[in-house]
Design a protein. Structure first.
Length: 246
């Protein structure tokens, strides 16, 4: 593409970086990302499955960006074509998966929090997404749980217990979004996506909001393969990108 800087890619987290949590991207942000593509390659990497990324970035997102990585890159697309797929079931096996899921469900059943709804575990291609309140909660309940969790550390406490109980499985537990955390094999964090781009780009700029230890942007933000940029909101992402690339 004429005018593009060769060997440079801007790689974005989705929730909290390109969109407000679980909200669709604004038309202004979508237009900006297409303008940015005229200058550098653009990719997105989210912890959610592909359907949720499409809800947030639009039904044509796979074709709208150079790379789209759902579930941290376990499902990978380049220029609209699938180039990679890895599954948790194949890696862990049903017996170990069952032990892990049973423990989580028992733990949540005994957990005393103000509200519980439904879908406490979402089984994705390459990870489990665990929500103590349940993913079927309303936006208001989601916001309330986020505030409650900041005070009472519901997710953090649960993660520490799971780390100790299942240390033999070599799993990573990554807190992200407002109500949940992800469970996946070590090395299957967002750095997993870098294998698809690290040989083609000299500069990989990553933009994310949860860059603290335990956050789901921490590993890729801290990687020596990326130039990490910490953002606080979609507006902050826009301003930083404008200053760096445009």
């Amino acid at each position: 593409m004429e005018g593009r800087k060769p060997g440079v890619i801007a790689l974005f987290d989705v929730d909290g970086t390109l969109t407000l949590p679980r909200k669709p991207a604004t038309p202004q942000m979508l237009r900006f990302l297409q303008d940015l593509r005229k200058v550098v390659a653009v990719g997105v990497v989210g912890g959610s499955d592909l359907s949720k990324i499409l809800e947030q970035l639009g039904p044509t997102a796979i074709a709208d960006y150079d790379y789209v990585f759902s579930e941290n890159g376990l499902v990978a697309y380049k220029n609209g074509k699938k180039i990679g797929n890895q599954t948790l079931k194949a890696w862990l096996g049903d017996q170990k998966l069952k032990e892990l899921i049973n423990f989580i469900l028992h733990y949540i059943a005994d957990l005393d929090i103000p509200v519980k709804r439904g879908t406490f575990i979402e089984f994705r291609t390459g990870m489990l997404n665990v929500s103590p309140i349940g993913r079927n909660c309303s936006q208001e309940e989601r916001d309330d749980f986020e505030h409650y969790d900041k005070v009472h550390n519901i997710r953090l406490t649960m993660v520490e217990i799971l780390k100790e109980k299942f240390s033999h499985l070599n799993l990573t537990f990554s807190i992200g979004g407002q109500i949940s955390f992800d469970v996946f094999p070590q090395g299957w964090d967002k750095t997993y996506s870098l294998q698809y781009i690290e040989n083609d780009f000299m500069e990989i700029h990553f933009f994310g909001d949860r860059i603290y230890k335990g956050g789901n942007d921490y590993e890729i933000f801290s990687s020596n393969k990326t130039i990490g940029h910490s953002v606080t909101s979609p507006d902050d992402t826009y301003e930083q990108c404008k200053g760096i690339f445009l």
